[in-house]
Design a protein around this ligand. Structure first.
Ligand code: TMP
Length: 208
């Protein structure tokens, strides 16, 4: 794939990391950017999101879940994100709330082979890589306490601490694998400090 004309910024993080709050703050500074969430981001993707996400008590095989996330992702990346980045659709840049790194972290923690996740994700996204990943990192013990008081828990939020520890470890593995574009933000800090660290990084990468 040729170099993008427009920037791609990805936000990642485990459950209860304050990702949603951080995104709200960041979006104020990204006027005229397009924003999408995964799973979802397109009509078809939102249907898949409901199918894979809002189903409590229905058995979903981890590989089937991974392929559903990948289908949602392929639709979003090919019909929206790439055309924007190539200047064929409107938007100064694209902000993605999660990308295939979420599959790497979550589905590998359910024992889907990491090499398969990387290979399929590459096919689903035509190898599109971000200019910057902001990774909101928090010890799962703290994240679970934060999430306890929320009533919008999905099927992964219900999982045990060991699962969330594996998710965190897989994310941190990616931070080592992709040092050029991956930045870890410590979200045990106050909300203003987290936003401040995020904005400093966006400036460092020339995105604001
Ligand atoms: P969120 O919309 O609050 O970020 O929640 C999305 C949920 O979906 C979260 O539990 C992580 C999960 N997920 C995966 O397991 N794999 C994926 O590839 C993606 C995009 C999300």
């Amino acid at each position: 794939m040729t170099e993008n004309k427009k920037p791609l910024l990805v936000i990642e993080g485990g459950s209860g990391s304050g990702k949603t709050t951080a995104i709200k703050g960041i979006r104020e500074y990204l006027q005229d950017w397009k924003f999408f969430r995964e799973p979802g981001g397109t009509d078809y993707g939102e249907l898949l999101r409901t199918a894979v996400q809002e189903t409590h008590g229905i058995e979903i095989d981890p590989m089937a879940a991974f392929l559903t996330y990948s289908a949602s992702r392929a639709n979003l990346i090919n019909t929206r994100v790439i055309p924007i980045l190539e200047g064929l659709r409107e938007g100064k840049g694209v902000l993605l709330d999660r990308y295939w790194f979420s599959s790497y972290a979550y589905q590998s923690s359910e024992k889907v082979d990491k090499a398969i996740i990387v290979a399929v994700s590459k096919i689903a996204t035509k190898g599109l890589m971000p200019d910057l990943v902001l990774h909101y990192d928090l010890a799962p013990e703290l994240a679970m306490v934060r999430k306890m008081n929320c009533d919008d828990k999905d099927r992964y939020d219900m999982k045990e601490l060991a699962f969330h520890s594996r998710v965190r470890d897989a994310y941190l593995e990616l931070s080592v694998k992709y040092p050029d574009f991956w930045r870890v933000i410590d979200v045990s800090q106050s909300i203003p400090k987290v936003l401040d660290d995020s904005l400093v990084t966006l400036k460092e990468f020339g995105l604001i």
